[in-house]
Write a protein that binds this ligand. Structure first.
Ligand code: PRT
Ligand code: ZN
Length: 296
């Protein structure tokens, strides 16, 4: 009997992206046997195998077609491409996933007289992102030395290993506690879905299916269903305030000629100030509910 054709996806085994990547697959309708100790997790209800690996290894898994899809930080993906001598050129980013947000930045000690990027000329910069940093310096025509460090980049200036650093920043608290100030943002990054060139049509079909399910999950997560009552006379004003909603459903309210019920899917953020603006436009009984799934 021919073995079933299965799609393979690589995600981070443990670390900042691990839980959300697994949760995203589960929300996309893939149920996984929960053992995290293994390298490989088979989905029970979808022809999909999930490889749990280090994020740095994901581009190689794709380039060698061990897996066809992967989830990793854009920073890690672009760094591999920058240093890969063409090895990772055929890999493509399919979709930003909205989590793992950070930036790759150059930061200097607070007593460093930084005026512009020219201030980096002749300086030593510590980083784990040699490829992206070198490209950025070249683009700005700056001649500086790069020291590659695998971790603890932020202590390099204090230990006189480097003058300044280039590292990932999210809240900025690591920089502050090391007396460093962010000066240049080289890249804004988040987790991305990456794929290799898929030649098998069955695998390509499975990859398309999972990708569109992930898209639908992300869209639903960003959307809200709003229900409210509106004076008929205020309908236009209320429609104008509803965020990212093309055509709301308007229904009569029994026994009321002057009021209607309005239901709408809003694909942009619905915040307290949105609700306050709706109320100020005449809306009442405003309900905002999350949407679980969405498919056009
Ligand atoms: O074991 P494995 O190799 O898989 O994991 P890892 O240790 O290489 O990566 P991990 O789990 O730390 O990060 C995975 C991905 O998360 C990164 O490639 C980024 O895409 C993303 N990410 C988002 C971050 C951060 N935010 C982040 N803040 N990765 C690292 N940091 C570090 C940063 O290097 C610095 O040390 O957090 C510190 C700064 O954080 P703040 O909040 O103090 O600014
Ligand atoms: Zn890593």
């Amino acid at each position: 009997m021919r073995e079933e054709t299965r799609l393979k996806i690589a995600i981070q085994k443990s670390g900042r992206l691990a839980d959300q990547s697994l949760a995203l697959l589960e929300k996309s309708g893939v149920s996984l046997a929960k053992s995290r100790d293994q390298l490989l997790c088979r989905a029970e209800n979808f022809p999909l195998d999930v490889f749990l690996v280090r994020d740095d290894d994901i581009p190689a898994f794709l380039a060698n077609n061990v897996c066809q899809l992967g989830i990793l930080g854009q920073n890690a993906f672009l760094e591999k491409q920058a240093l890969g001598n063409g090895k990772f050129e055929s890999l493509a980013q399919l979709l930003p996933l909205g989590y793992g947000k950070c930036r790759l930045s150059i930061a200097v000690p607070h007593d460093f007289a930084y005026k512009s990027i020219q201030s980096l000329t002749g300086k030593v910069i510590a980083t784990s992102y040699r490829g992206l940093l070198a490209a950025y310096l070249k683009q700005h025509d700056i001649d500086a030395d790069i020291v590659t460090m695998e971790g603890a980049v932020e202590v390099a200036p204090r230990t006189h290993l480097a003058d300044v650093i280039c590292d990932l920043v999210s809240t900025g608290s690591t920089l502050v506690s090391n007396g460093l100030v962010e000066k240049e943002v080289i890249l804004r990054s988040e987790a991305v879905l990456v794929s290799n060139k898929i030649t098998d049509p069955v695998i390509a079909g499975l990859a398309d299916k999972i990708t569109s399910r992930i898209k639908a999950v992300l869209r639903a997560e960003n959307s809200r269903y709003i229900m409210l009552n509106s004076p008929t006379a205020s309908l236009d004003a209320i429609k104008a305030v509803l965020p990212g909603s093309a055509s709301p459903t308007v229904m009569p309210l029994q026994g009321r000629d002057d009021m209607v019920a309005v239901h709408a899917v809003c694909e942009e953020g619905v915040f307290w100030n949105t609700m306050e603006a709706l109320k100020a436009s005449g809306a009442s009984s405003i309900l905002v509910v999350p949407i679980e799934k969405m498919l056009d």
